[in-house]
Design a protein around this ligand. Structure first.
Ligand SMILES: Cc1cc2nc3c(=O)[nH]c(=O)nc-3n(C[C@H](O)[C@H](O)[C@H](O)COP(=O)(O)OP(=O)(O)OC[C@H]3O[C@@H](n4cnc5c(N)ncnc54)[C@H](O)[C@@H]3O)c2cc1C
Length: 367
């Protein structure tokens, strides 16, 4: 075994934001943690993401997934504060109202119904007439038919990789980047085989995102490719995150406006698709015409872990004996800290603080 690979109470495989949040939460619960990442910390979906911390913009009824997302959104500020405390660095998290836009009469009715349901359920949500929305956000287009206001937030995922890495080190997590895990064996003597040697751990957490089936063949996770665009727009002042049918726009504190994202099942093909970029540009410019004069700063793709039955996998897998934490699909940034807290309770033998049965990996084996 490579001398720096030390045995630990918990081995977390995968250093995306889900694995990193679990490593931090488990370490804070007093466990020794080794985190094994084959690339760099938050180098895949977790830095490709739009970084919206949001739960309500598409929620029309109560479901276990909606509750998980809402709990995730509400838990996230604590995570942002922890990262700031551990590093003294700003991850670009801001809370703020977001606006859902309606561009047709049908969409207006949909928003009205959504807001009515959410208010009835005790959530904060307001319907805005087009002129009210434009007073709040003067850059909105003239052809608006209505809007809805929700409490959400965003984090600058394009710049948080080194900050999350530093936070892990400051918390005492044993971090191994460039360490591909080739096999895991749970059971009485759990071991993790890596390209740099094998280590033992009492418990193994698999947080390998869209790549879970590479370690657990047959696991019901597929990659869902998303394209993102970024514009350099320091002279524009976008006061809200905007959710439009088919995409979201958000402005970072340094002025960059990000827009995403497509959802495509094309395997692990990272290449940009010309048609996707064209559709996205059309949509972004139709919503914020002022973007047409801005430099296009960057275009990229990333792979969300999409669960084939629509629900994340959070809990112990009776077959492999590993704890699974993946399948957060479109909202893994939002749900990261809450998932970490849920998994840490399981790792420390505490009863779940939350009904976990809809997400348990057991659903895959029990008919
Ligand atoms: C374009 C796009 C936009 C998005 N926008 C948002 C958004 O606005 N808000 C939101 O909440 N969510 C968003 N998401 C979803 C979110 O990014 C994901 O749900 C989340 O990042 C998943 O985190 P993860 O840690 O599970 O996966 P990842 O970040 O992909 O991390 C998995 C890690 O495991 C590592 N790994 C895999 N196999 C191995 C192995 N064998 N050994 C060692 N390491 C391994 C990988 O290298 C990777 O770093 C978006 C995603 C995309 C692609």
């Amino acid at each position: 075994m490579s001398p720096d690979l030390k045995n630990a109470d918990v081995a977390v495989v995968g250093g995306g934001i889900i694995g990193c949040a679990i490593a931090l939460a488990a370490r804070r619960a007093g466990l020794s943690v080794a985190l094994l990442e084959r690339g760099r910390i938050c180098g895949e979906a977790s830095s490709a993401a739009g970084g919206l911390i949001c739960a309500q913009y598409d929620a029309d009824y109560d479901t276990p997934l909606f509750r998980l997302r809402a709990a995730g959104r509400d838990a996230f500020p604590e995570f942002a504060q922890l990262l700031q405390e551990l590093t003294g660095l700003d991850i670009g998290f801001s809370k703020g109202p977001t606006i859902g836009l309606a561009l047709t009469h049908q969409q207006r009715q949909l928003l009205k119904n959504r807001v009515a349901w959410q208010r009835n359920a005790g959530l904060q949500a307001d319907f805005l007439e087009p002129d009210q929305a434009r007073r709040r956000e003067p850059l909105l287009p003239p052809h608006l038919t209505g809007a809805a206001l929700y409490p959400d937030g965003q984090v600058d995922t394009q710049r948080w990789s080194p900050i999350v890495h530093r936070a892990l080190l400051a918390a005492g997590v044993d971090v191994h980047q460039g360490t591909d895990v080739t096999a895991v064996a749970a059971g009485p003597n759990p071991t993790v085989q890596t390209v740099r040697g094998t280590l033992s751990a009492d418990r193994i957490v698999l947080a390998t995102g869209a790549w879970l089936p590479h370690l657990l063949p047959g696991a019901p996770i597929v990659p869902s490719r998303g394209h993102m665009l970024a514009f350099d727009a320091p002279h524009l002042r976008l006061r809200h995150i905007l959710h439009l049918p088919g995409g979201s726009l958000a402005q970072r504190s340094h002025g960059r406006v990000v827009f995403g994202a497509t959802k495509e099942r094309v395997g692990f093909d990272r290449r940009l698709r010309a048609g996707a970029v064209q559709e996205m540009l059309n949509r972004a410019l139709a919503t914020l015409p002022a973007l047409a004069d801005c430099p296009l700063a960057s275009i990229w793709t990333g792979f969300r872990p999409e669960p084939t039955d629509g629900l994340p996998l959070i809990g112990r897998d009776p077959e492999s004996g590993c704890y699974l934490a993946t399948g957060h699909h479109t909202h893994g940034i939002t749900m990261s800290w809450h998932t970490a807290q849920l998994i840490t309770r399981l790792l420390t033998n505490q009863p779940p603080a939350y009904p976990l049965h809809p997400f348990t990996p057991q659903r895959l084996t029990v008919p």
